[in-house]
Design a protein around this ligand. Structure first.
Ligand code: AKG
Ligand code: FE2
Length: 346
């Protein structure tokens, strides 16, 4: 297990709770507060939880998984037309071996040490069309960190309806994330609208992932190395095939198996920093040992790239000073992306 001077990246418990989000949209504050309490417990103890009754239609999720399977079954030379290395902004297709494990804060991995991961991915980022709060005249903000726009969508002849389906999913996921930031604010003892001014054009990204079955039975090639996510939190849709594991403080990897009708939520570095690591940005990894193809679709919710992440004063004491000096969300994400993708040097 990686050395750790605190337990903020390790789950206390193997039990990943299932939280019913029905009251997320309740008009009653006491019901939203009760939900916030359950979320607080999950974020401070595990850093991971499942959500049910989240409001994203099952049919849409199912169709998007079909679209992902179709994309990855395209010939390699067709997928390479959308190669991530063509993009200045980390958008597009990353073939097997195109990405490297960066490790964790306490246990970083250099490019020389990192092995080839058995996964391929297709990455996209925020667009106005994904944002239900934006009208037709809206445009992207100044791109100080080189992270807004420039998605490399597959063309319509190759994959009809793919772009529309993915954008439709992002609209629903982004709406859900904004609502969840309200409940996170309540959980942290803040006004429900505390984060609203930091999520006008939020730094969201999403990716489709494909983890092939192990090529040599009995030999395990890692699908995605141990890491924490970088933004505020992640909403993950996994297919019926297990593979996601989270690290607990006994140094044991605990499976987070797919549960029908749920999505997985995990806290990431920026929200963890805001709380002085009270909310855990828990280390996780993926190994596909199932013998089947595995697909997953994470949606990474980050705040505006020019938002400042500064530890909330209420989570500091003289014995527990801020874990980091303030930084811009875009700075952090860009640095992490530059390390993870081969072919980018910052
Ligand atoms: O594929 C999964 O289940 C998890 C993916 C993940 O952790 C990530 O993309 O950051
Ligand atoms: Fe992750």
């Amino acid at each position: 297990m990686p050395p750790s001077n605190d337990h903020s990246q390790l789950a206390d418990s193997a039990a990943i709770p299932v939280i019913d989000l029905s009251s997320l949209r309740s008009s009653r504050l006491d019901e939203r507060q009760e939900l916030a309490q359950r979320i607080y417990d999950a974020c401070t103890q595990v850093g991971f939880f499942y959500i049910k009754n989240h409001g994203i239609p099952d049919a849409l999720i199912h169709e998007l998984h079909n679209a992902a399977a179709q994309f990855f079954s395209l010939p390699e030379e067709v997928k390479m037309k959308y190669y991530i290395g063509n993009s200045q902004k980390f958008r597009g297709y990353s073939p097997i071996g195109g990405e490297t494990s960066t490790g964790t804060e306490d246990d970083p991995i250099s490019r020389e040490e990192a092995g080839i991961m058995l996964s391929e991915a297709f990455d996209i980022g925020y667009e106005i069309a994904m944002d239900s709060t934006k009208g037709p005249g809206a445009s992207l903000p100044p791109d100080t960190y080189g992270l807004y726009g420039d998605n490399q969508w597959p063309d319509e002849q190759t994959l009809p309806g793919f772009t529309q389906k993915y954008v439709e999913y992002c609209v629903a996921a982004l709406d859900l994330c904004r609502q969840m930031m309200g409940v996170f604010a309540l959980a942290l003892g803040l006004q429900e609208n505390h984060f609203d001014s930091s999520m006008r054009t939020p730094g969201v990204t999403s990716r489709m992932m494909h983890y092939p079955a192990q090529p040599v039975p009995g030999q395990v090639q890692e699908g995605l190395g141990a890491h924490t996510d970088w933004e505020c939190f992640t909403i993950l849709s996994q297919s019926h095939v297990p593979g996601l594991e989270i690290l607990n403080h006994h140094g044991e990897w605990v499976l987070a198996p797919p549960i029908e009708g749920t999505l997985v939520v995990n806290i990431a570095d920026c929200l963890s920093t805001w709380t002085n690591k009270k909310f855990k940005s828990t280390i996780h990894r993926v190994n596909n040992l199932s013998g089947e193809e595995r697909y997953s679709i994470p949606f990474f919710f980050g705040v505006d790239y020019d938002a400042t992440i500064a530890v909330l004063e209420r989570y500091t004491t003289s014995d527990n000073p801020p874990c980091r000096t303030p930084f811009k969300a875009g700075e952090w994400v860009r640095e992490k992306l530059s390390k993870a993708y081969l072919g980018y040097e910052g």
